[in-house]
Design a protein around this ligand. Sequence first.
Ligand SMILES: [Zn+2]
Length: 392
Amino acid sequence: MTAAARGGPGRPGAAVRATGPEGAEGVDGDDGDDGDDGDDGDDRSAVRTLFDTWGERSYDASMSIPKAELHLHIEGTLEPELAFELAARNGVALPYADTGELRAAYLFEDLQSFLDLYYGLMAVLRTEEDFEDLAEAYLARAAAQGVRHAEIFFDPQAHLARGVGIGTVVEGLGRALDRSESAHGISTGLIMCFLRDESAESAMSTLEAARPYLDRIVGVGLDSAEVGNPPAGFREVYEAAAALGLRRVAHAGEEGPPEYITEALDVLGVERVDHGLRCMEDPELVARLVRDRVPLTLCPLSNVRLRAVDALEEHPLPAMLDAGLLCTVNSDDPAYFGGYAGDNFRAVRQALGLSPERLRDLARNSFVASFLEHDEERRARYIAEVEAYEFE
Ligand SMILES: [Zn+2]
């Protein structure tokens, strides 16, 4: 596959459009030599049908209530159509015949197969334009699902490992973010995440490398494999980030124990906890989170796909709201986990029977939890939109 000559500087149309087998333009899918087209054919056609149904994007009212997205990895928004488009542009060979086969691979079986796919596909992201197109495609989808404000995670170490510098990532994403408000009605911020399965020294040098771009970065986070990588190892880099005026969040209590949440609060000084699901195992911690109004960025569809909960019907969200926790609903890695912010709202509404007022609480919470202290007028305007929203 060679870099395709694209017709001018056009938008990434194939990516912004809803899913569909026609989405990958100019890529023929006839290699047929992978040897994996045998007895799993039925599963794959079922997956295609499922995704084609999502592709129609028939939203219900719960999806378009104004909301902020606070837990979203931009690398996790890479849809198969855009992956093929960028692969063609950059001359990267993908080990999939077509977008249908790649989308079938998105039905990964465990965490490791997800991570293999996730990091493998990043190979198509090379230039500022690639990151711009990635962010643009996300923002278009988010706008269609009622997102009005997005604080977006990115993983500089994952790109640096492939020789793509942080400047390429931040400047590329920034191009799309700069026009987000006029093009999509979404205000934005970037949160730079450290990979917790990399060393603290690597995190610190990443923070150093980010210095020229701090005007574009609102905060730091901590992500990737949680178990065995407790927050405390990153104390120094979080102290350095705080000294630079950056906000602090961290993934904690998704797979890891409740003690990781306490550690993230006490040692890293986080202001928001990403996931935080397992706080429910520790009543004293719940009481603390409620008392201190610490927001939790829950990702229900992600929790099901990564088996943090067995089924959406068993998700602790209602109990967490009953306990008085400041919960928000987000999409995590939406291309891989089955849906964007509004899809998550719809899913919890259906599976958990949440009332419209509970959905309104979640939407209001998302703006309360946003890092909008520099613009309280905007926060108040967004919350007024939530209060005025009429459910059908
Ligand atoms: Zn996450």
